[in-house]
Design a protein around this ligand. Structure first.
Ligand code: ATP
Ligand code: MG
Length: 459
């Protein structure tokens, strides 16, 4: 029994010729099929992948060149050989410029055909090998789409693998934008619970009263708006994973209730006396220093130990700069694809800037900068011009100071303007702004409050 050597689709409106090539190739062990027009070939390519396409140049309907252009734009990797009659060799050369690999001149002998086809298959196998190797390389630096070749990220991948099989509660820490939610999802989707739901809940954005009923559910009449019984997130996530994002922001009043659920593995809806058992894994995340929160009595220590059975700490991007080119390349491909722009990379000086910058907003900030760069870029490569001033070396701050000088502003005014500007750059995210300003967020809240009062007093 001979093994199939590969698949070939033959396109020729001359029935005899088509059948002849098909037969030759089948006898050589290729899985050959043939169709009588370019349109039929396009249909076949939609249904199935062929290693090699052999098409006649001059055909009724879609010509060989037209077919070539269509196939190359839809399937750039498709290998194509043209058949051309003696005297039309120019068009065969034209075809090769458009991406055909080779051509055969009619009339040809069986042996000539086989040689050209075998040569093509050598090329195809080489390409397949390159593709395979490329895949291996990206896989090594990637875990569930999380990218990183730095030691720090490789250690994170190891931890994810280790905790995925167990049900220990995991606490993911790291600055804003380091990928905490991505890691939480990776743990869930690599765990035996992957078929059950992954339910994220943002403890910072839900008001205390709502958070309680969101988490635990409620029974009808528990409070004014509770018209029907409602399952809470704990019950929804039973069998799966509950992701408590920004757990550091969980109101103190709710913390003992959360602790009870974790300890007793039962949940009681608000307003109910009945408890029901739940089977749940909890993954939490925070960008606060929870130990500091515990010391400041804003977070219960007993709850801290329960949610933090194992900690995964994500290193800030500035401490793993070797990941920057990899991530930049990944986001570039993503946004160039989404925006349908032919951008192949970054200029050397643009990459240097990325390598030097401090990245207070970490990977999310890098992603935003690349997306913006792809949008603005007019060339094949993103250059420093396509970056905002904050990235290119604080020219933004310089401008601010010059404006302030021109107006002879007071120090207080400059501070107010600066804080507002940073807050704007952080997209209104106070936590992130506080981090850039290197003050704690309570100080930031207080400053904003003071600015507001000053404004009121002066107007
Ligand atoms: N290692 C990584 N590889 C690829 N993409 C990443 C990586 N880390 C982060 N990202 C991307 O950066 C963005 C932010 O990630 P994510 O939301 O997981 O961060 P976070 O730590 O939860 O941030 P925050 O504290 O602000 O909530 C997402 O778009 C995510 O896809
Ligand atoms: Mg997050």
């Amino acid at each position: 029994m001979s093994e199939m050597k590969g698949s070939v689709l033959i396109v020729d409106d001359d029935r005899e010729m088509r059948k002849l090539i098909e037969e030759f190739l089948q006898e050589e062990g290729y899985d050959a099929e043939s169709v009588s027009s370019g349109d039929l070939a396009l249909n076949s390519l939609q249904l199935k992948r062929y290693d090699l396409l052999i098409t006649d140049l001059r055909m009724e309907g879609l010509s060989g060149l037209e077919l070539l252009k269509k196939v190359k734009s839809a399937y750039p990797q498709q290998t194509i050989i043209m058949i051309t009659a003696f005297g039309t060799v120019e068009s065969a050369i034209e075809a090769m410029k458009l991406g055909a690999l080779d051509y055969i001149i009619k009339p040809f002998k069986r042996g000539q055909l086989i040689v050209v086809v075998e040569k093509a298959f050598e090329q195809i196998r080489l390409q397949q090998e390159v593709n395979r190797l490329r895949e291996v390389v990206t896989k090594e630096y990637q875990f569930s789409k999380i990218i990183g070749k730095s030691k720090g990220m490789q250690a994170v991948f190891q931890l994810i693998k280790r905790v995925s099989d167990s049900t220990v509660n995991v606490l993911i820490t790291g600055e804003s934008g380091t990928g905490k939610e991505m890691v939480a999802r990776a743990i869930h989707y690599n765990s035996p619970r992957k078929e059950a739901p992954f339910i994220p809940i943002d403890c910072a954005s839900i008001p205390e009263m709502l958070l309680e009923s969101e988490l635990f559910g409620h029974v009808r009449g528990a409070f004014t708006d509770a018209r029907v019984d409602k399952k809470g997130m704990f019950e929804e996530a039973s069998g799966g994973t509950l992701f408590l994002d920004e757990i550091g922001e969980m109101p103190l009043g709710l913390q003992p209730k959360l602790l009870r659920v974790i300890q007793e593995k039962t949940v009681r809806r608000v307003g109910s006396t009945k408890t029901s058992p739940i089977d749940i894994r909890i993954i939490s995340a925070t960008n606060l220093d929870l130990i500091e929160e515990v010391q400041g009595k804003r977070f219960r220590d007993d709850l801290f130990y329960r949610v933090n059975v194992l900690q995964i700490d994500l290193p800030p991007l500035r401490n793993r700069r070797e990941d920057i080119p990899l991530l930049a390349g990944h986001f570039l491909k993503k946004y160039a694809g989404l925006q349908n722009k032919a951008i192949s990379g970054l200029t050397e000086s643009a990459m240097k800037i990325l390598m030097k910058y401090g990245w207070p907003g970490n990977v999310r900030e890098l992603e935003n900068i690349i997306e913006r760069g792809v949008t603005l870029s007019q060339r094949e490569k993103i250059s420093a011009k396509d970056f905002p001033p904050v990235i290119t070396g604080g020219q933004g701050d310089q401008l601010l100071i010059e404006q302030a000088l021109a107006r002879m502003s007071s120090l207080a005014e400059v501070e107010r303007e600066y804080v507002h500007r940073i807050l704007q750059l952080a997209g209104g995210n106070k936590m992130k702004a506080a981090k850039i300003l290197q003050i704690d967020r309570h100080t930031l809240y207080k400053k904003l409050e003071d600015f507001r009062k000053q404004q009121e007093a002066s107007s």
